[in-house]
Design a protein around this ligand. Structure first.
Ligand code: UD1
Length: 339
């Protein structure tokens, strides 16, 4: 029996595949490599000394899905595949709805037809929009998304909600990630953004290594302790372990479960910058600039439900996140493309 991991070569996917393999679970990957590299999985194989069957292609490709489902005895699908850039989603909404929502529909439909009744879905804290009460619990209202990427995650969550109501055998665990950062401690796999990074940690790493001059701190007048945005950064290996916990508890409780995966701690942009400088002994020049449109002041999780029901909690602190992100950056200054 195997687990099918869609988008398994990507940033979070590759760390999850590694963690699953180390738990002795057999993994099949489907990935179109549009925003990832086969090299990540080659490295995962090396670290774990285990094999991974990899299929190159689109989740919406019915022929390929059928081939995979016929060739392997799959009991659960962990669905990471999708496009994830907020900015790009605003200029290419159709692409985002196709690649995220339509592809997920195709996948869910095929799973139902084949009686593969376990799905773990990669969602995001972005579905909470501008939630007013911190920390955010899973009961907070969802729906005020501000861009097609966020709306695509929300739509998939709604679809899964409806499907699980209609079919009580179909079991879904929705995992809402806060801000994943860091890398496997080996520095062999990590985050490899296309072009200029949009997210804070990879941008800071690239400033520290000399690719960019300085960090623009977006906003200094938020109602937070130092005026900069506050987020719940979570180590990608903690996140990966959250998927294993969800997998292990998939047959317990209701057939539609939702969990926040965060640390429960909020750090400001300036907290992250000072921690980075302290841990890496590198200076990170920055300028305080205008707010980035669509950003919120603060967002951090209440992750206690995942602890209560899955026995999972994040173990790694901000220093470890920084240390591992920097280790990956130094070992792979150009990402998976060798210098
Ligand atoms: C963003 C996405 C979110 C997605 C998540 C993935 C938006 C509005 N949201 O979250 O949907 O799930 O990435 O990790 O884009 N910052 C700077 N300078 C920078 C970059 C960021 O000051 O160069 C600040 C931001 O204003 C924010 C914090 O750093 O306060 C974190 O930003 P980022 O890493 O982009 O994540 P989010 O915006 O929280």
């Amino acid at each position: 029996m195997s687990v099918l991991v869609t988008g398994g070569a990507g940033y979070i996917g590759s760390h999850a595949v590694l963690t699953l393999l180390q738990k002795g679970i057999d993994v099949i990957v489907i990935d179109d490599f549009s925003n990832s590299s086969l090299e990540s999985l080659e490295r995962v194989k090396k670290i774990t000394n285990r094999d991974i069957k990899v299929y190159k292609g689109d989740v919406a490709d019915l022929r390929l899905l059928n081939l995979i489902f016929s060739n392997h005895d799959i009991h659960t699908v962990i669905h990471f595949a999708g496009s994830k850039s907020v900015g790009e989603s605003i200029s290419k909404p159709i692409h985002y709805y196709n690649n995220n929502v339509v592809a997920s529909l195709v996948l869910i439909n095929e799973m139902m037809k084949r009686g593969i009744y376990n799905l773990i879905f990669s969602s995001s804290a972005t579905v909470y929009g501008n939630s007013n009460t911190m920390p955010v619990t899973e009961n907070a209202p969802i729906g005020m998304t501000t861009n097609p990427y966020g709306t695509s995650k929300l739509m998939i969550e709604k679809i899964l909600d409806d499907v699980t109501r209609a079919n009580s055998s179909f079991r879904v665990t929705v995992l809402r990630y806060f801000n994943p950062v860091g890398a496997h401690f080996s520095g062999e796999i990590g985050e490899d953004p296309n072009g200029i990074p949009n997210n804070l940690m990879p941008y800071v790493c690239q400033v520290a290594i000399g690719k960019y001059k300085q960090v623009s701190v977006y906003g200094r007048d938020y109602p937070t302790k130092d005026g900069t945005g506050v987020r719940d950064y979570i180590h990608v290996m903690d996140l990966a372990e959250g998927h294993v916990a969800a997998l292990e508890h998939r047959n317990e409780g209701p057939n539609h479960k939702v969990y926040n995966l965060g640390t429960g701690k909020g750090y400001s942009v300036l907290d992250l910058l000072t921690t980075f400088e302290r841990v890496t002994f590198r200076s990170v020049p920055y300028v305080l600039s205008e707010r980035r449109p669509g950003d919120i002041a603060e967002c951090w999780s209440d992750p206690s439900k995942a602890y209560r029901e899955l026995g999972w909690k994040a173990k790694r602190g901000l220093e470890e996140m920084v240390r591992d992100a920097w280790n990956w950056q130094q070992k792979n200054p150009n990402g998976y493309i060798k210098a």
